[in-house]
Design a protein around this ligand. Sequence first.
Ligand SMILES: NC(=O)c1ccc[n+]([C@@H]2O[C@H](COP(=O)([O-])OP(=O)(O)OC[C@H]3O[C@@H](n4cnc5c(N)ncnc54)[C@H](OP(=O)(O)O)[C@@H]3O)[C@@H](O)[C@H]2O)c1
Length: 241
Amino acid sequence: MTGLSDKVILITGASSGIGEATVRELAATGARLFIGARRGDRLQALAEQLGPNIAWRELDVTDAANFKAFADAAEAKFGRVDVLINNAGVMPLSPLAALKTDEWKRMIDVNIHGVLNGIAAVLPRFVAQQNGHVVNVASVGAHLVLPTAAVYCGTKYAVWAITEGLRQEHDDIRATIISPGVTATELGDDISDPQVAAALKDWRQKSLTPDAIARAIRYALEQPDGVDVNEVIVRPTAANM
Ligand SMILES: NC(=O)c1ccc[n+]([C@@H]2O[C@H](COP(=O)([O-])OP(=O)(O)OC[C@H]3O[C@@H](n4cnc5c(N)ncnc54)[C@H](OP(=O)(O)O)[C@@H]3O)[C@@H](O)[C@H]2O)c1
């Protein structure tokens, strides 16, 4: 295990759920964390609670310029950038026939473009310093498809492929896919179809708490530079999908 106290770690989607749990888990390591999401009030409260090693800035991952400014601000604050955790995501599930094309677009914008914008914001630095680690939060939905989840799973298959491509293209940059199973968070609170919202409530009967995913992320980060944990899939023990 390698200590993280000299690392500067960027975390997106830090205002709730898995992102917030990851901030709490990594804060305990002494790492310096630069955390982003759109709800600045939540980030501010979290940073104030956890102390001076945590800094925050509002971030919309769909905006490439905003993401670059986020990474620049992290470097200005802490002097370097070592790790990006692309965690922000949305999941407004619906059947394709409902033609909720705005929701399809939002998932593609946040879940795919958001990840790519993050990679673009840090990759030149990582190449220049011949070191860096990108952790992308995908899903069990990067391995299986369910009705109502066609577009969401499509975005997560894409995250899986992009991460694997990044890994293959660089000898000195680590790339990790974290694939959570059902986890109790705010994800899907914006589902607009009442039947699908009810089905999600049912799936959540067997769910992890977000700290389980945070520990998997910490495990990947704490490996030595020469060890790249390619993927961790974490499901509730009782899960059947
Ligand atoms: N929960 C599960 O069962 C589950 C399972 C598999 C994978 N995942 C993945 O885990 C990741 C985290 O989700 P979660 O479960 O923790 O859900 P969550 O509680 O809803 O958190 C999602 C986070 O993404 C942020 N976000 C959404 N749109 C954004 C944008 N345009 N720019 C910046 N941040 C944005 C939200 O912050 P703001 O609204 O403040 O911007 C929030 O902090 C997602 O990638 C999700 O797909 C979750």
